[in-house]
Design a binder for this molecule. Structure first.
Ligand SMILES: [Zn+2]
Ligand SMILES: [Zn+2]
Length: 223
């Protein structure tokens, strides 16, 4: 979580210089919508670090043009214009303005367009680009450690279930019983616990584990 916190802080600092006077609140509201979304945070960081028209501006909306295999073509919409960015966990690349369309044939091929004309014709249809949904609302990601469905949680994640008792692994007492100790005091104990945990078989993330905010469990705190 702190990784996203640092990124938001860097974006807020850039905004102080980049956003036109009187619009900072609007820019911050959008940042808040995408507070836990790595892809959107990368886009906002890139936009505010290298303003595409080299003048003060702000992103009012992020729209999704195409997505395939973890690669997103997003449009950062401003008051007067829009800019395409290709974003993935590998990095981010500016692709030009929405008005001019896409020129990079490799990118067009990747998303299945024969060429710039076809992309322009389809993207000019009204409502073609829907608003990009923040990942925090994605049920296939653990809200605390961002493990995907079927992946193991980060050890210590409060959403991980205990394979012995079915409770929350960070709160139940199975670790003391399994190690036959009163408390886990050393790094060695932790390593040994991880070993017996792996032998038993850890429970990977699945959407039913999402904490329900209504119930008064032993306090899963999600920032
Ligand atoms: Zn988790
Ligand atoms: Zn347990």
């Amino acid at each position: 979580m702190s990784e996203f916190g640092e990124k938001r802080e860097r974006i807020r600092n850039l905004m102080e210089y980049a956003v036109p006077e009187g619009s900072l609140d609007e820019a911050l509201d959008l940042l808040d919508i995408y507070r836990d979304d790595r892809i959107a945070l990368d886009l906002l960081h890139e936009f505010y670090a290298f303003l595409p028209e080299a003048k003060n501006d702000l992103v009012r909306e992020i729209r999704l043009a195409c997505r395939r295999q973890g690669v997103f073509l997003l449009a950062a919409m401003t008051r007067e214009s829009g800019y395409f960015y290709l974003v993935s966990s590998e990095g981010i690349e500016f692709q030009g303005t929405v008005a001019e369309g896409m020129y990079d044939q490799d990118v067009l091929d990747f998303f299945g367009y024969s060429g710039r004309e076809q992309f322009q014709a389809e993207s000019s249809r009204p409502g073609k680009f829907q608003v990009y949904e923040p990942m925090g609302s994605d049920e296939d990601l653990c809200p605390a450690c961002h493990a995907a469905t079927g992946e193991l949680h980060e050890l210590g994640c409060p959403v991980e279930l205990c394979p012995w008792c079915g409770g929350q692994l960070v709160y139940c007492s199975c670790r003391f019983e399994k190690l036959e100790v009163e408390s886990l005091s050393s790094e060695k104990d932790l390593v040994r616990f991880e070993e017996i945990l792996n032998e038993q078989g850890r429970i990977p993330y699945s959407p039913e584990q999402r904490p329900s905010f209504a119930d008064e469990g032993p306090g899963v705190i999600i920032e």
